[in-house]
Ligand binder design. Structure first.
Ligand SMILES: Cc1cc2nc3c(=O)[nH]c(=O)nc-3n(C[C@H](O)[C@H](O)[C@H](O)COP(=O)(O)OP(=O)(O)OC[C@H]3O[C@@H](n4cnc5c(N)ncnc54)[C@H](O)[C@@H]3O)c2cc1C
Length: 397
């Protein structure tokens, strides 16, 4: 069904990788003829893929400028109106969104609200752990590591501060490597002791999805950096200063970081639409939200099963950008009464940062490791950030 003429805008919820790209792409395709309102709780776009850089964030005293781009700058040469506020309710039947700063009516809607840490009901996990899924979480973690490192000067004997990272995917791995390879004597205090870092990988395979020889390479680099890996054990409880695992063991730690998985935000989990794992919206092949014409969902908030391979599209910025381009084309098509096109995902590659100029990954079926991998990852991330800051539609990631 095509949209009816009216003055209500296209409303995009979330100015992350998905929402930002949808806004740019709709503007690019319509040259300003479709009114666009982009709402986010922050006045900035957060470079979330770089939030594992906890040593740099600690060095910056928690100042987030390097990890954010002001939305006003991103959209200054477009008709995109940015609106700051926290989305509290989405009323799909009434075509209305309630923010804590007021309500917005819409003609078309893009839900791009990302994801939050999933704690799977594990006692103490939400309350006793830190995370880097949000900028505020990364800032809190950076401040706490600084505190622990400064206090390490007073630790007796050979004991070092101990940091437990839960989750053996790319976020946990990148963070463990970063913490272990940061020179805390420069960042925290000249007599700070290097932390012992434990990476608790849980029952899922370590770095699942990467080629086996790169996984071995990552293990080797982590070991060299002093990261101790605890394999195959799920965490069953977190208490202040300790983590319980399913075999009954207890690991003590000065702080625990949770990198064990993601779910859709609770307001998305409550929507009257089909849901997949973690409450993600199970979208149609066109990224449309079933039952609500003119509404799409994009990015981490979505569960999309590739109809050809049956594989779920991963929750990555790379996938969010690819989905956003199709979603934008489909929003414009719907606005004009034209048919929608299905989304097809082709992964370009994945690179995991392993600290101190090290990395491992696969790009277009070629494996890449060592400093070339780290340099390529850095270049791609900087290219994205600079493009966004110049107000250009985001490049590949
Ligand atoms: C440490 C780390 C490293 C990563 N590395 C990579 C990588 O190398 N490559 C890669 O492809 N992916 C990587 N990812 C994954 C990537 O960051 C996510 O897949 C990506 O951010 C998803 O984009 P999104 O737009 O769906 O969500 P987000 O980028 O999280 O954006 C969601 C937006 O919605 C806003 N929002 C949420 N709820 C509300 C609300 N209620 N009201 C108002 N605003 C709200 C948020 O403020 C945010 O701006 C990494 C993730 C992390 C945490």
């Amino acid at each position: 069904m095509a949209g009816e003429a009216g003055t209500e805008p296209l409303v995009i919820l979330g100015a992350g990788y998905a929402g930002l790209t949808v806004a740019h792409e709709v503007f690019r395709r319509t040259k300003g003829s479709v009114p666009i309102v982009l709402a986010d709780r922050h006045p900035v776009h957060v470079l979330r893929t770089e939030l594992y850089e906890i040593g740099k964030l600690a060095s910056a005293g928690g100042n987030p400028a390097r990890w954010t781009v002001p939305l006003a700058r991103v959209f200054e040469r477009t008709n995109v109106v940015t609106r700051q506020g926290t989305v509290e309710r989405i009323n799909l039947a009434a075509h209305r969104v309630d923010l804590d700063t007021g309500s917005l009516g819409y003609r078309a809607l893009a839900i791009c609200l990302g994801s939050v840490a999933a704690y799977y009901g594990i006692p103490g996990a939400a309350e006793q752990t830190y995370q880097v899924y949000r900028l505020s979480g990364a800032q809190r973690l950076a401040a706490e590591i600084l505190k622990v490192e400064k206090a390490s000067v007073d630790l007796r004997g050979e004991r070092r501060p101990r940091i437990l990272v839960v989750g053996g995917g790319s976020t946990g791995t990148e963070l463990a490597a970063e913490i272990a390879t940061t020179d805390w004597t420069k960042v925290a205090e000249p007599h700070a002791r290097p932390p012992d870092v434990f990476l608790i990988t849980g029952s899922l395979p370590f770095l699942v999805g990467l080629p086996p020889r790169l996984i071995e390479y990552a293990r080797k680099i982590l070991k060299r950096s002093g990261v101790t890996m605890v394999h195959g054990l799920n965490v069953t409880e977190v208490e202040p200063g300790k983590v319980h695992t399913e075999d009954g063991s207890v690991l003590a730690g000065d702080l625990v970081v949770w990198c064990a998985g993601l779910a859709a935000p609770s307001l998305v989990r409550g929507l009257p639409v089909p849901h997949g794992k973690g409450g993600r919206i199970r979208v149609e092949p066109t990224l449309a939200v079933p039952g609500f014409p003119g509404v799409v969902a994009v990015g981490d908030v979505v569960e999309f099963q590739d109809p050809e391979t049956g594989m779920l599209v991963p929750g990555t910025a790379q996938a969010a950008l690819a989905e956003a381009r199709t979603a934008a084309a489909n929003l414009v098509a719907w606005w004009n009464g034209a048919p929608l096109t299905p989304f097809r995902y082709r992964e370009r590659g994945v690179i995991v940062a392993l600290g101190l100029g090290e990395g491992a990954g696969a790009v277009r079926h070629l494996t890449i490791w060592g400093s070339p991998a780290a340099l390529l990852k850095r270049a791609v991330q900087r290219d994205y950030a600079l493009g966004v800051a110049r107000g250009e539609p985001p490049a590949i990631l």
